[in-house]
Design a binder for this molecule. Structure first.
Ligand SMILES: Cc1cc2nc3c(=O)[nH]c(=O)nc-3n(C[C@H](O)[C@H](O)[C@H](O)COP(=O)(O)OP(=O)(O)OC[C@H]3O[C@@H](n4cnc5c(N)ncnc54)[C@H](O)[C@@H]3O)c2cc1C
Length: 456
């Protein structure tokens, strides 16, 4: 990576996961970077957990952290998850491996610890200035005038030639771009929201369920999931309809919550002594997909991360995708800087189809997680998919693996995934076990239909 001869200052709005990593990428290039974050400094003041306490981190995210040399600080904070542990209402738990070997795992990592580590890593660069309790309240994208509100509630302004906006799904900068006109925008809320709950550590401080798994309680129209934390606890998330019989609206008192959990999640309930209190104390979050374009305004403003493409969390990719944004932008800077407009334009062209693809895959994956994972046909197809990858690794990589363990562009993963699904349906239709797969037919289908994607 070449350091650029630049004394230019780049403004980042939003010092969350993407903003703090972006600051490091830019500082490494030699830019001066000012980061404005509306919250207090989470390294010195405790802030409310906000959305999702822990996240699944996978290949794309890890690659970006490797690029800036912070991965060794992050990995000790992470817990590997080898597969989905499926909890039926009654009966045995079943672990469905995510990958073809023990290296193909995803990692549970605390959002706050990750963010703090990235802020500290950014802070180590002389050219980076981190400004907390500074909220962007308006921007004139034509003149570059940014209006901030400080911790005392006072407004002040500055002019910036380069604003990179990583201010999340409700981005203020994106709203300003809408005002400037000819900006395509859509947002779609799910009819389902989410609620975080906690399984505390066992009395001896150990994990009360398997730590190296992502636990899922699939229940058709809704689901509960749990990811491990290093202190022995699990962060659970209930994804649940807002309205209807079994819904947030339908559970209006503690007795109803207890009765519902006893009926649907009996094993999880015994592990959550404060269930009903948590249920009513913790906020209910909304889930939204945001699509918009163009992501830039001339050479002045660029949207990144959730500000450009917020997605629902069912593929565990929002952050990973935002981190991949940083690597792609860095690449575009290497190619086209100092022509910022070209940098921004090429970034948008390289990322837009991919962001749309992972947005769509994330929506589909909700149905897979809450419903299909406990289905015998789904389990057979997953096992056959991994077996096909073992036999024909240049041709067949299961969709989950392409997204989580490879850096195959998301749009290609979506297309290949559709073809692979058809192959799996053809092979699994007449059988009930991996041993019964017609391998001659498999070879023919895989080579005929996936030949164009052959990996060398
Ligand atoms: C329930 C849930 C579970 C998830 N699980 C996963 C997962 O397992 N794996 C995964 O990869 N992704 C996951 N995600 C998605 C992930 O959280 C987001 O994609 C990621 O946080 C996006 O990072 P960001 O920096 O773009 O936005 P954010 O993390 O939202 O950060 C935006 C930052 O900007 C600041 N800000 C906002 N407005 C302003 C303003 N006006 N002025 C100044 N600062 C501002 C905010 O305070 C914040 O610090 C999950 C999301 C949810 C909701």
């Amino acid at each position: 990576m070449a350091t650029l001869e630049s004394s230019e200052t780049v403004t980042i709005i939003g010092g969350g996961l993407v903003g703090s990593l972006l600051a490091i990428f830019l500082a490494r290039r030699g830019f001066r970077v000012d980061v404005y974050e509306r919250r207090p400094d989470m390294r010195t003041q405790s802030v409310s957990a906000g959305r999702s306490i822990n996240m699944a981190m996978s290949r794309r995210g890890i690659h970006a952290l490797e690029q800036v040399g912070v991965i060794d600080e992050i990995m000790p904070l992470a817990i590997p998850m080898r597969g989905r542990m499926i909890h039926p209402v009654s009966g045995e738990l079943k672990l469905q491996p995510y990958g073809k070997n023990e290296r193909e795992v995803i990692h549970s990592v605390s959002r706050a610890e990750l963010n703090k580590t990235l802020l500290s890593a950014a802070d180590r660069y002389e050219g980076v200035r981190l400004c907390f309790e500074e909220k962007c309240v308006a921007m004139d994208v034509r003149s570059g005038e940014v209006t901030m509100q400080n911790g005392q509630g006072e407004n002040w302004s500055f002019i910036s030639d380069r604003v990179l906006a990583s201010d999340g799904s409700g981005s203020a900068v994106r709203a300003a771009m809408q005002d400037a006109g000819r900006f395509n925008f859509s947002q779609e809320f799910l009819d389902h929201g989410y609620k975080e709950l906690t399984i505390p550590p066992a009395s001896d401080g150990s994990f009360s369920i398997e730590p190296n798994a992502l636990h899922i309680w699939p229940r058709g129209q809704y689901m509960l999931i749990a990811l491990p934390n290093p202190d022995g606890s699990f962060t659970c998330t209930l994804f649940f309809p807002f309205e209807g019989t079994d819904s947030f609206d339908g559970l209006s008192d503690k007795d109803q919550v207890a009765a519902f959990f006893e009926r649907q999640f009996p094993d999880a309930m015994t592990l959550m002594p404060n269930l009903s209190d948590m249920f009513f104390d913790n906020p209910t979050g909304t889930l939204v997909t945001v699509k918009c374009f163009p992501w830039h305004y001339q050479s002045r403003v660029l949207l990144m991360g959730d500000a450009a493409h917020a997605i629902v969390p069912f593929f565990g990719q929002g952050m990973n995708c935002g981190f991949e944004d940083c690597t792609v932008l860095d690449d575009c800077i290497g190619q086209y800087w100092p022509d910022w407009e070209r940098v921004f334009q090429s970034f948008g062209y390289r990322r837009k189809d991919n962001a749309d693809a992972i947005a769509d895959m994330a929506l589909t994956n909700y149905i897979e997680m809450r419903d299909r994972v406990s289905d015998a046909k789904f389990m057979l197809q997953s096992s056959v998919g991994l077996a096909l990858e073992m036999r024909f690794p240049q041709f067949f990589i299961p969709k989950y693996s392409m997204v989580s363990f490879h850096r195959v562009p998301y749009s290609e993963a979506l297309q290949r995934g559709k073809i692979q699904e058809e192959i799996l349906q053809a092979l699994c239709g007449p059988i009930t076990s991996v041993e019964d797969v017609d391998w001659n037919l498999a070879e023919q289908l895989v080579k005929d239909r996936l030949g164009k994607y052959q990996e060398s």
